[in-house]
Design a protein around this ligand. Structure first.
Ligand code: BES
Ligand code: MN
Ligand code: ZN
Length: 540
């Protein structure tokens, strides 16, 4: 019975294959992709700002940096509620430290009162993180939320509200509870400077929340949902109607015409063809000159290819497009907020799969800039897609600088753990701006060397360069490889985010993609100071 059933099934699919579909590749795409679930809708609280509360029920949030703050913050509450909160704070010995929480029930008519510690003399990045703790703590409270923020500067209020929105992010894209969820109640932020706080939130914070959610979603999506073409579709949908944005996509024929043998080779073993997505945003008020180019590694799934990875945790490689998601997210945040900048995101999209068309070790590929590459490992594929992406940007866009972002090497995680991304650059002035943006946003980078000896480590006996070396500083040789596809005069930096791009769960975010890079790159572009062209010799 079983054998006959199997035979019929196979025979049927062979017939269907032969008669009804235009090409073997198309047949396989249908077979693999059919029934792709739609993108789940985001679930977020609507946020408004006012000078007074509009009710005394639901959840109440009170950010406090010290005991004395309660007087100004809780001024809109009744005397009894204020006294009850003060007693609870002292009997719990609340420390007021940043991100400490105390959850109270049974006071007044509130369902819940959440005290969150601001810490002393805190910077804006810390205030944002405290907001995220509050947003995440209230994730399962269906009702409305009132935040008492009186006495805080408008910029801190805006940052707190932004943090709350970031903390409301959910990664449970396909769980039944998420699908059944209705939007939770709104958030009202009470502030004496509510107009200014609202302007900051609407001008920048809300765009950042939306962009970070986009980046995290795309990274968290599995490889059967996000592949090069569907990544492009998601990006098009996100940017629809935003002024100043133009989108270009290089497909396989366009890449063939340009001689992009490196990215084409990386995708040769997949039925999902590679793409290069270019999202440009130029504000009318942007300074003259070429764009700041942000190029991202967009491997939508990295099996390793013929140099296949071991099975354990291979599923994490659905996030191997986190660099591409971050650069697109940063431009989404900047364009949605109408920032006065000129920036381009380039997503180098490909799926690294092993099949009969796949590249193999010892193959030689020719990149767009004419350099020949000997493949040592098909698992060193991120540098292949970036080689053509940065060479294209350098040749076509007259970039003010090129910054590439990539989950490039496991080695960077060994060196720096989850605390810092690895930064590599030949241009000190660019490296220090990236470092400053990292410190300001909490997305910290640590600079690692580009020693000239890495040229020897990547020299090939048959081609101009090889794509991996047997041992040694793997993050550095990966960075060096990408740098060989950028003109030495062009300010260029490489950020290896393989150790930081996913994390959790924490008190601020669920397990999965954390959107690493969106905040750093947004800040970098907003605060941009021109970097002189010229042969860089930093980082040696
Ligand atoms: N996508 C991986 C790097 C990675 C590893 C990201 C762990 C996140 C977590 C990359 O394509 C890769 O496979 N790198 C190799 C490079 C080697 C073959 C030169 C690695 O790190 O082992
Ligand atoms: Mn790989
Ligand atoms: Zn990879």
């Amino acid at each position: 019975m079983f054998r006959i059933g199997l035979f019929v099934c196979v025979a049927f699919s062979v017939v269907a294959f032969a008669t009804s579909l235009p090409s073997p590749a198309a047949a396989q795409i249908q077979k693999v992709v059919g029934g792709t679930p739609p993108a789940p809708a985001p679930i977020q609280r609507e946020v408004t700002f006012a000078a007074r509360p509009d009710g005394y029920s639901g959840s109440l949030v009170i950010p406090l940096g010290a005991e004395r703050d309660l007087a100004s913050r809780a001024q809109p509450l009744s005397r009894q509620d204020r006294d009850a909160i003060a007693r609870a704070l002292s009997s719990a010995r609340f420390s007021y430290g940043a991100r400490q929480t105390l959850s109270l029930r049974g006071i007044g008519s509130w369902d819940r009162i959440l005290i969150v510690g601001l810490g002393e003399g805190t910077d804006l990045n810390t205030v944002q993180s405290v907001g995220s703790v509050a947003g995440r703590a209230l994730l399962n409270e269906p009702g409305n939320v009132t935040v008492l923020a009186s006495g805080l500067y408008a910029i801190a209020v805006g940052e707190f509200a932004t943090g709350m929105g970031l903390g409301e992010y959910r990664s449970d894209l396909y769980q039944a509870s998420r699908r059944a969820a209705t939007a939770p109640g709104p958030t009202l932020i009470v502030s004496g400077v509510s107009d200014a706080a609202r302007a900051l939130y609407r001008g920048r914070g809300r765009a950042l929340i939306d962009a970070m959610a986009w980046t995290r979603d795309v990274s968290n999506e599995p490889g059967n949902v996000i592949y090069p073409e569907s990544f492009v579709d998601r990006a098009r949908a996100a940017f629809a109607g935003i002024p100043g944005v133009t989108i270009d996509v290089l497909d396989v024929p366009a890449m063939q015409q340009l001689g992009m043998g490196a990215i084409l080779g990386s995708g040769a073993g997949s039925v999902r063809p590679p793409r290069i997505l270019v999202v440009r945003y130029t504000a009318p008020s942007a300074p003259a000159g070429g764009p700041i180019v942000l190029a991202g590694k967009g491997i939508t799934f990295d099996t390793g290819g013929i140099s296949i990875k071991p099975g354990a945790n291979m599923g994490n490689m659905k996030m191997d497009m986190s660099g591409a998601a971050a650069v697109v997210g940063a431009v989404l945040a900047l364009s949605k907020s109408g920032a006065p900048v000129n920036v381009a995101a380039i997503a180098a999209l490909s799926e690294n799969m092993p099949d009969g068309g796949a590249i193999r070790p010892a193959d030689v590929l020719i990149a767009m800039n004419g350099k020949s590459i000997e493949i040592i490992s098909t698992d060193a594929e991120g540098r292949l897609v970036l080689a053509d992406a940065v060479a294209w940007a350098d040749a076509k866009l007259q970039p003010a600088a090129i910054i590439d972002v990539a989950t490039l090497t496991g080695a960077v995680g060994t060196a720096l753990g989850e605390d810092y991304a690895g930064l590599f650059s030949r241009h000190d002035a660019l490296a220090s701006q990236i470092d400053a943006a990292g410190r300001a946003t909490g997305e910290a980078v640590w600079r690692l060397p580009l020693h000239h000896a890495y040229a020897g480590r990547t020299s090939s006996t048959i081609a101009d360069i090889k794509n991996s070396s047997d041992s040694g500083p793997g993050a550095g040789t990966g960075a060096h490889f990408i740098g060989e596809f950028v003109n030495r005069e062009t300010p260029w930096a490489h950020i290896d985010i393989a150790g930081v791009a996913w994390s959790g769960p924490t008190d601020q975010m669920p397990a999965g993609s954390n959107g690493w890079g969106v905040r750093l790159l947004e800040k970098l572009v907003l605060d941009w100071k021109p970097v002189p062209r010229g042969v860089g010799d930093g980082g040696q």
